[in-house]
Design a binder for this molecule. Structure first.
Ligand SMILES: Cc1cc2nc3c(=O)[nH]c(=O)nc-3n(C[C@H](O)[C@H](O)[C@H](O)COP(=O)(O)O)c2cc1C
Length: 226
């Protein structure tokens, strides 16, 4: 069983999965543990749909891909990525993206393959379970605390999953089509999608799963005041 530090260090986003299903009890254990995530005023603003039904996942994926094919870039409740990319984040995005395409031997100009790789998000990378995390729209009406809480909840899910040898990929790609996802999942009208997390058993042979983008040095992101 990994220690917390090992789980933090070993986790990475996996983008190819075997078809082995996660047992329901395991999923319950992961989500019960993630439910212990702290939140401001103990609001617990996450509203979670854990979907392992293949037809439902296909329905959601088809709906998003159909929107993309119409040329629609987003249909969202919240704006996840910066509207205007500035450095150093712009360069992080470029380095991380180009590193993945280089590993996969995809040419910089090969837009078709790049789009296909992005669409794989909506085929859930072959994983059998996707956790869709919503919050009540009232929580994002001018305040951002719920986003902080639900971000911590995301990491809890991914770390708890590690204990069971289950891998993950967080998805802001679904955030961008949050309204489409909400409609396809037929969730109540008061909910807004924040993100999803793909869960499953990574395909150990898949080259794409060897991708480990680097982090900035501690000195660059942390100021110690002793
Ligand atoms: C909120 C969030 C949204 C993300 N959205 C996507 C996504 O839609 N598709 C994807 O393939 N990866 C997505 N990622 C994964 C990031 O690209 C990845 O976490 C980052 O490059 C660091 O790599 P690692 O997770 O393998 O350590 C997302 C990560 C986070 C935290």
């Amino acid at each position: 069983m990994p220690t917390v530090l090992e789980a933090l260090e070993n986790r990475s986003s996996k983008r190819a999965y075997s078809d082995v299903k996660i047992p329901h009890e395991t999923l319950e254990k992961i989500l019960r543990a993630a439910g212990m995530t702290p939140s401001g005023a103990n609001m617990q603003p996450w509203v979670t749909y854990a979907v392992s039904n293949a037809d439902k996942l296909k329905k959601v994926g088809d709906a998003v891909i159909a929107k993309m094919d119409e040329g629609i870039e987003h249909d969202q409740f919240i704006q996840y990525y910066p509207v205007k990319w500035t450095n150093p984040y712009k360069s992080c995005r470029i380095v991380t993206g180009s590193g993945l395409y280089k590993l996969m031997e995809v040419d910089r100009k090969d837009n078709e393959t790049r789009i296909q790789m992005w669409k794989d998000n909506f085929r859930w990378f072959g994983a059998g379970t996707v956790i869709f995390v919503f919050t009540n729209k009232a929580n994002i009406d001018g305040s951002q605390g719920a986003l902080i809480d639900c971000g911590a909840y995301m990491q809890s899910i991914m770390l708890a999953a590690q204990e069971f040898g289950i891998d993950s990929c967080p998805q802001g790609s679904t955030t961008e089509f949050g309204r489409v996802v909400a409609e396809a999942l037929e969730v109540p009208d008061n909910l807004a999608l924040l993100y999803s997390v793909v869960l499953g058993y990574a395909d150990k042979e898949a080259k794409i799963n060897s991708y480990r983008p680097k982090r900035v040095n501690l000195e660059e992101s942390v100021t110690f005041i002793d």
